[in-house]
Design a protein. Structure first.
Length: 255
């Protein structure tokens, strides 16, 4: 049976751990972007399906921690408020996840890179969408987009963050809602990719292995959250993501 130790060198494995710590650190600081960091970084070392599998269990753990940070009652309230978003997103996530193993690697990388680059450019250019009030129709529309992208790539943060920002969601509420949305999405993704074959006996230990460095990174991010200029750190993070996303585009388009 193929293992992560047989397809990577010790130096590559060390780099994978550093990428996981960085993803957790960013998650602890701003509440999102961990899957984007992990996917963008891991696909430069391991095959795309291994990278996607590697994200799944760390995402379940990290988002569970984030969702429950303010207590169970607050988490349940967030689930009820965004129930349409979650239900529609779940349907699209489960559906698109089954297409992963049928997509060529270059196409798969392109589908990961495009939303990452688009989101980063939107943020760096200061593009903001304003939504005066939440509605079931908008919840369903954004949930469908987030779910479809999430099922294919494990990255469902950009549309979710854009929507919550457009709603002018307060920081603490947004952190909690992101944790709830991403946490439930991560559980659904795990179930979906057991069915798709991405999360299997070969890749499951790899995903389990990344839980510890991600958790360490998330703890560090939480420690530094009040001590570092978060806005500047986020801009630097976006620049790193942009470089990683553009590299994925290059690999997908030029080989």
């Amino acid at each position: 049976m193929t293992s992560i130790f047989s397809i990577t060198s010790p130096s590559e494995l060390a780099l994978i751990f550093l990428i996981a710590i960085l993803g957790g650190l960013i998650k602890g600081l701003v509440g999102f972007a961990m899957p984007m960091v992990l996917i963008a970084g891991l696909t430069m070392i391991v095959p795309p399906d291994w990278a996607l599998a590697g994200v799944i269990l760390p995402a379940v753990v990290a988002n569970g921690m984030q969702a429950l940070h303010s207590g169970k009652a607050a988490a349940i309230a967030s689930v009820l408020r965004f129930r349409v978003f979650l239900l529609v997103g779940l349907v699209f996530l489960l559906s698109s996840a089954q297409l992963v193993t049928r997509v060529e690697p270059d196409t798969f990388m392109l589908m990961i890179a495009v939303p990452v680059v688009a989101f980063v450019l939107m943020q760096l250019l200061g593009v903001r969408f304003r939504v005066h009030r939440q509605s079931a129709r908008l919840d369903a529309f954004v949930g469908a987009i987030a779910g479809f992208i999430g099922g294919m790539s494990g990255v469902w943060g950009p549309p979710t963050v854009a929507y919550l920002t457009a709603l002018d969601t307060p920081k603490q509420d947004q952190m909690r809602v992101q944790g709830v949305v991403y946490g439930l999405g991560a559980v659904a993704l795990a179930i979906a990719h057991v069915g798709s074959g991405v999360l299997r006996m070969e890749t499951l230990p790899f995903s389990m292995l990344l839980v510890l460095p991600v958790t360490i990174g998330m703890w560090l991010g939480g420690q530094f959250q009040d001590k570092i200029d978060q806005a500047m750190f986020r801009k630097l993070t976006l620049l790193v993501l942009l470089v990683a996303g553009l590299n994925l585009l290059r690999r997908a388009l030029l080989g």
